[in-house]
Design a protein around this ligand. Structure first.
Ligand SMILES: Nc1ncnc2c1ncn2[C@@H]1O[C@H](COP(=O)(O)OP(=O)(O)OP(=O)(O)O)[C@@H](O)[C@H]1O
Length: 295
């Protein structure tokens, strides 16, 4: 039974008003004999501060109340420990929580405090970054970067930026060496997938397992404009593989080279960052314990 809980709250995620969230969660927990403590993210040095907090006081579970970035922050701090991660989805995408089958509604998500099962899932290291969900290079990384630097959030802003960038987008050439095979050629988008679905409900990696000790590199190769709608349809209907422009490489280890480039933009769990080339991807099997609805 979990009693002593820490909630990591992101005040800005998802443009959702959270002014009463702390009081609501505290009341909810105390009514059920649990003690809730709180950590508010600031956007500055949150990981170091959270680690310090966890080192100073033992918690039986830590809940991320925010979007994918907040989940990734808490997951980074908890990976490799026995302390499970809970998620109260309060972002704009909430990709990992959807993949895990966590209820998207606040009261139902909080119910996991006392009614849950614990599952250990794989996590990835993408060069120096921790990744629990999805990372990518290419088109989506560029759109996510523009989106994060823009003033407006929400799906509408993402689609507007994607349409603008698509018209002039020049796919890079990649050389991807996995423990099993090598791919060489241009790609519109290269997704390093621990999980299955983007927060937008695009299924980039159907039939994947979060605890199988393997990850997938999902490639969308350059395609003519006439094929765009068909590919988009496949992405929303779990048919990623049904195109001549898509392929997946299943592996345990991968090196992504981008010939002619020393640095590359990579989107990791919703956060864009510049990385040195090559980008090295490794898996840490069953390294993160998560709270899920009981079966
Ligand atoms: N108090 C704060 N003020 C400004 N920025 C913050 C603050 N706390 C966290 N952040 C920033 O919020 C971002 C993470 O947001 P998060 O991903 O949780 O929500 P989201 O982007 O709205 O949702 P999603 O990723 O699901 O689309 C990080 O870039 C982090 O630096």
């Amino acid at each position: 039974m979990l009693h002593h809980l820490l909630f990591v709250l992101n005040p800005i995620s998802g443009d959702i008003d959270k002014s009463s969230l702390e009081a609501d969660i505290a009341a909810y927990c105390s009514e059920r004999g649990r003690h809730a403590a709180f950590f508010h993210t600031t956007g500055e040095d949150d990981l170091a501060k959270l680690r310090q907090r966890l080192a100073g006081e033992p918690y039986e579970a830590v809940f991320a109340a925010g979007g994918d970035g907040t989940v990734s922050l808490v997951a980074t701090a908890l990976a490799g420990t026995e302390v499970p991660l809970g998620i109260v989805p309060l972002g704009s995408g909430n990709g990992l929580s959807k993949d895990l089958g966590i209820p998207q509604e606040q009261a139902a998500a909080l119910r996991l405090i006392w009614d849950h099962q614990v599952q250990a899932i794989d996590t990835l290291r993408v060069s120096e970054a921790f990744c629990a969900h999805l990372a990518d290079l290419g088109f989506n990384a560029l759109v996510v970067e523009r989106f994060c630097n823009g003033d407006t959030r929400g799906p509408g802003a993402y689609v507007r930026i994607a349409m603008q960038e698509y018209l002039n987008y020049e796919p890079a050439t990649y050389r991807i060496v996995t423990d099993r095979e090598t791919f060489e050629g241009p790609a519109f988008m290269v997704t390093v997938a621990n999980a299955k679905t983007f927060g937008s409900n695009v299924v980039i990696n159907p039939d994947s397992q979060l605890d199988d000790g393997e990850f997938e590199i999902c490639l969308i190769e350059p395609f003519p404009g006439t094929a765009a709608l068909g590919i988009l349809y496949q992405l929303y209907t779990e048919n990623f593989d049904e195109s001549v422009y898509t392929r997946r490489l299943r592996c345990r280890q991968a090196r992504v080279e981008v010939p002619g480039q020393a640095r590359v933009l990579v989107q990791v769990d919703g956060e864009p960052q510049e990385m040195d080339v090559p980008v090295e991807v490794t898996i840490r099997p069953r390294s993160l314990r998560v709270l899920l609805p009981s079966a």
